[in-house]
Design a protein around this ligand. Sequence first.
Ligand code: HEM
Length: 529
Amino acid sequence: MINPSNNDNLTSLSSSSDDVARNFISRGLIFLQDIQILELLLALLVFVAIHSLRQKKHCGLPVWPFLGMLPSLVSGLQGNMYEWISDILCDRNGTFEFKGPWFSSLNCVVTADPRNLEHLLKTKFPNYPKGQYFRDTVGDLLGGGIFNADDEKWHRQRKTASIEFHSTKFRQLTTESLLELVHSRLLPVLENAVNNSTAIDIQDILLRLTFDNVCMIAFGVDPGCLRPGLPDIPFARAFEDATEATLLRFVTPTCIWKAMRKCHKDKKKELSMQSEDDSMKQRSDLLTVFMGSKDENGNRFSDRFLRDICVNFILAGRDTSSVAMSWFFWLLDSHPTVEEKIVSEICKIIGEREDLNTKAPIVFRPEEIKKMDYLQAALSEALRLYPSVPVDHKEVVEDDIFPDGTVLKKGTKVIYAIYAMGRMEAIWGSDCREFKPERWLRGVDGRFMSESAYKFTAFNGGPRLCLGKDFAYYQMKSVVASILCRYHVKVVKDQVVVPKLALTMYMKHGLKVNLVKREESELQKYLHV
Ligand code: HEM
């Protein structure tokens, strides 16, 4: 208790009341400071909100101080990124400028305007190379290979590969290897699944098929991914890991290089033996052709460069067509009339055979595959809506202006949104989101008519048009026709189908299907129309 007569007590009373006052003042000051900080934060928030709202009206997307459009990109990444880009591009009449955070190199121009595509892929081709940024990102995996090369380095590879792709020997190799793969490997695996009544992941099976096929074409070696039991192949797994790692820029794909080095050392040994043994069958795979070629100085290509060539070709031809077929089968599941028309076309073509034997298993001939116009239209329509390469990119060398008026500064990155292009009413009309193979057919006899490569950009366009386009169509038509004339492909209930965020548009969860044998009577019905 406090005694008023006691000085000490009084002193202590007065000092404690001073303390209380001091405490009170300092707390008040802290409180005021807190309020000021709060006010400041509130003011900043209001500023940012007003700023972003004003920007939204101005540019289509909010541009946040320091962060640019990053918050919108992050929220776009939560859902379907490609749909998000498509919506913005439709809203912005085909082109928009993405502003990344100030500390990043994400600034770029995104376009889906065919006039701009023609400009950058053809008219001003030298001004739009892949560029340093791309080379730095994927250089560890692609090295100096065709995908990663520009200018003379690209031109040299393109010329050699182009001659090879158009040679009779190469066409023969691709046709024969595909026939073998379909009949000795794909169909037995499918038949096995039918007999065991098991659902299969058709995307996985098709990826295995095209991986084996492209390895046979690129360096004459069959890795055997598509076999009963669907074995895990370390080389294929290493390739997958390395491409995924490249996307994330955490790359050290030594495992691939070791595998590639081994393949091509074996090939060197084989070639040296070949010169000794003339009776050995002549090989016509890409590696053999490049090993026999010389550079502009008359020197043989280095081992490292040959390895890059192989990696690039595998990457180009490995997943693109299998992924396209997977999306195609998924679309077909909900479009039975399209399926009926494809089967009817196949049967009609088979029915024209003079030596038709309805009891023998159907093995398509190359000239029959080429006649399948409706099937080609249906595959093109699937690729229009689900292009295997959903976005691609270039870098601006010198300041330029796009035909739509967009100003481009030297060094700007340009993204062309192939997926979004299939969803632009301005390009394909109001039914652009519908799966309609008929839009590719012309005339009374319904012949397939290709579209401008700057409108339908699934295979790129201009001097860098996909080198494997004809082969890819041939491969996809052979595989699809061989499956559809034997089975109905039914997607399992509750299958979630969404694209994976990667350089190639895989289905994130694969595509589980049940195969149902097609009745003989159904084929007979079409055979006699
Ligand atoms: C549906 C199947 C395919 C699609 C949609 C497709 C699409 C493309 C695209 C978009 C490009 C341009 C890539 C870029 O420059 O960034 C390209 C280039 C290329 N494709 Fe394909 N492709 C397919 C199948 C194939 C196949 C099966 C092969 C080979 C066996 C192949 C070989 C190439 C090559 C070598 C290039 C590089 C051309 C160059 O840069 O000059 N493609 N392809």
